[in-house]
Design a protein around this ligand. Structure first.
Ligand SMILES: NC(=O)c1ccc[n+]([C@@H]2O[C@H](COP(=O)([O-])OP(=O)(O)OC[C@H]3O[C@@H](n4cnc5c(N)ncnc54)[C@H](O)[C@@H]3O)[C@@H](O)[C@H]2O)c1
Length: 438
């Protein structure tokens, strides 16, 4: 395949060199003439393991060339891959200056070309970039409509500097963001020799997975560093503790707890986060990230309250009160906090939770509820049907399968605020649906 790679920095040089090594015919393009001259001479413009040999070989074999001429690059290739920088702007947003400049140039060159042309975004750009910025700009500049001699793909790069060539050949997956109905056959062919799962998804998903990945990697590092600093003050060999921590592939290093949804609660998580923070305070260890966990959790409760409030002052029913489904443990339940917040703001609230029998609550559980919602008994109803008869707004915290069925059967014109990502609710007709994070 004939591919032009715009931007021959870290990503472009690696992508270009590796694509050439897969047998493609690659033309590197950059605004920096010195980088173009280096590449054209078979020398790598970046320092990176294996890349010098790879580039030297590809240039010697005639599979890798370089130019500063956009029009020539578009005319001589079928696919243009964009790998220009997207640094932080002064306000922290992604600077799209280089991307927009190069997209405009490529579009103008496509306007002067006969055959179809595909543009592939390799740079890291925010979700929505394809549909809101790049495609409109490409269509304007090229005078073509997407799908009609003009194709656009989002194809984020997951390589790490230092092991970039190895990562190129063994990515976690190949992610292809496409226009609805496009099967991405062209890009599948481009990456055919790479042995990795291919996911063809809408543009916004492809764009966001890259953002999610980097934010999560940063979060993991901050967690490990803060936790390590605290532990070391208590004589703990933190790397040894972390080694064991990482051995738990069920809850720690796993998809567990990585589903967007509602706040956590219960008798362990909030308590132990607070304890860990108090350990940090006692030894004056800065732990700003850990310190934001509980405020972050409260922000999600507030988001649910705001979702209710945005529908006006109507009777509300809350389905699920215990901190999770199937228990009557109300201690630090975020649903109790939400109920408390609604009552405090004067909402006419009823609550259904099959597992919570207020009269039977004992000990710390009883004391907690007497302190937080003293008249809870009066608010409880005994069936999903009764909850639906009361609330025009129904907040679904959690519900077992039978109660979900009853809810689905009884919903009729309600506003549903879904905190549990119930698939059947998302697709139900005749209701006003709102998800907490979707
Ligand atoms: N560096 C990484 O490890 C890495 C990994 C994955 C994704 N990314 C993303 O890939 C993108 C590129 O990152 P990088 O580290 O390779 O950047 P870089 O700064 O090393 O390279 C960008 C190149 O683009 C060139 N350029 C700028 N405007 C241009 C134009 N109009 N036409 C042609 N070339 C132009 C620059 O001269 C430069 O050589 C960024 O969006 C980055 O976030 C980087």
């Amino acid at each position: 395949m004939r591919v032009s790679v715009f931007g021959i920095g870290y990503v472009g040089a690696v992508s270009g060199g590796c694509l050439a090594s897969l047998g493609h015919d690659v033309l590197g393009v950059d605004v920096a003439p010195e980088k173009v001259a280096m590449l054209a001479a078979g020398r790598s413009p970046i320092v990176e393991a294996e890349i010098a040999e790879l580039i030297a070989d590809a240039v010697a074999g005639g599979r890798l060339r370089a130019t500063t001429d956009t029009a020539q690059a578009v005319a001589e290739t079928d696919v243009s891959m964009i790998a220009v920088g997207t640094p932080s702007a002064a306000d922290g947003s992604t600077s799209m200056l280089a991307v927009e400049a190069v997209v405009g140039d490529i579009g103008a060159a496509i306007a002067r070309k006969q055959g179809a042309h595909s543009v592939v975004m390799r740079s890291t750009v925010p979700p929505g970039t394809a549909e809101e910025r790049v495609i409109p700009l490409l269509e304007r500049a090229s005078g073509r409509r997407l799908g009609q001699g003009l194709h656009y793909y989002s194809n984020p790069e997951f390589l790490r500097e230092g092991t970039a060539v190895r990562d190129f050949h063994a990515p976690p997956f190949t992610l292809l963001g496409v226009q609805d109905g496009d099967d991405a056959a062209l890009l599948r062919a481009l990456y055919a020799p790479i042995d990795a799962p291919v996911h063809v998804v809408p543009y916004r998903i492809a764009e966001s997975v890259k953002f999610l990945s980097n934010a999560y990697h940063a979060l993991k590092l901050a967690f490990a560093n803060e936790a390590g600093a605290i532990l070391s003050e208590y004589g703990v060999d933190a790397p040894a503790a972390f080694k064991l921590f990482c051995e738990d592939r069920t809850l720690n290093i796993s998809p567990a707890y990585l589903r967007p949804g509602f706040a956590f609660g219960g008798s362990c998580l909030p308590k132990d986060v607070r304890s860990f923070l108090s350990l940090a305070r006692h030894k004056s260890v800065a732990a700003p990230m850990l310190g934001q966990i509980l405020p972050s959790n409260s922000a999600i409760v507030e988001r649910a309250f705001e979702a209710v409030a945005s529908h006006g002052r109507q009777p509300v029913s809350l389905i699920g009160l215990a901190f999770k489904q199937g228990t009557d443990d109300l201690r630090e339940s975020p649903f109790v906090t939400l109920a408390e917040r609604l009552i405090g703001r004067g909402y006419d609230l009823r609550i259904f939770d099959r597992f919570v029998n207020v009269a039977a609550l004992l000990g710390a559980n009883r004391a907690y509820i007497d302190r937080e919602i003293p008249h809870l008994e009066r608010l409880m109803v005994d069936s999903p049907g009764a909850a639906l008869r009361h609330g025009r707004i129904v907040v679904v915290g959690h519900a077992g399968a039978a109660d979900r069925q009853a809810l689905l059967a009884g919903l009729d014109g309600h506003v549903v605020i879904d905190l549990a990502n119930v698939e059947a609710l998302r697709t139900a007709g005749g209701i006003t649906y709102r998800g907490i994070c979707w």
